[in-house]
Design a protein around this ligand. Sequence first.
Ligand code: ATP
Ligand code: MG
Length: 218
Amino acid sequence: MQTHALDIQALKRDQAPSAGPAGPAETSLRMENLNLFYNQNSQALFDINLEIPRQRVTAFIGPSGCGKSSLLRCINRMNDLVDGCRVQGRLLLDNEDVYDRRVDVAALRRRVGMVFQKPNPFPKSIYENVAYGLRIQGINKKRVLDEVVEKSLRAAALWDEVKDRLHDSALGMSGGQQQRLVIARTIAVEPEVLLLDEPASALDPISTLKIEELIYEL
Ligand SMILES: Nc1ncnc2c1ncn2[C@@H]1O[C@H](COP(=O)(O)OP(=O)(O)OP(=O)(O)O)[C@@H](O)[C@H]1O
Ligand SMILES: [Mg+2]
């Protein structure tokens, strides 16, 4: 039903008033007539045409069920994991079609990191959660890992709270700390695009503020 189509209001918060619409050089992501179907009769996204500039915070706002998460999941092809889900149209990341058959989806997901509504730390230590992305790339040098873990935890405003318990389980952290840990884990591999799907909706106001500050800093 058309009433459920995503009504996008892209808020380019940090954009200078004089900057105007993003030119091609500034655009990082472009969607052209993007449609998404969950099965034959259920369409969730209707003809989305959108340009998203690089180095900006862009927010999608709309009522529950309008398709915000569906749209985000198109960008790193998380919808590939949903049975029967089909995407039509084009989604270009730096002029390359994310849905091109030659695209290496694992490489795409390294470029496009994602943080979900509910924190999902791995059942590992705080340190190993953040080091995980580097380890799966074959980086195991302690000096390098130590450096990246500290830098990422600092960027996620978590370092001071965890620096003395880096080898404790991540599952013993509070919800807000877990979400900042997941953000640290995501930024440790330096993604070009960071997708945040209501990352603070389950958190208290102080943790929310920390995550908002982190977003502006990034
Ligand atoms: N895995 C799925 N299978 C079938 N339909 C789905 C699936 N995920 C989402 N949908 C449907 O797609 C539409 C958009 O859902 P989506 O989760 O993208 O909305 P949203 O804007 O993120 O909502 P919320 O604010 O509640 O998170 C809804 O009608 C939903 O029922
Ligand atoms: Mg959602």
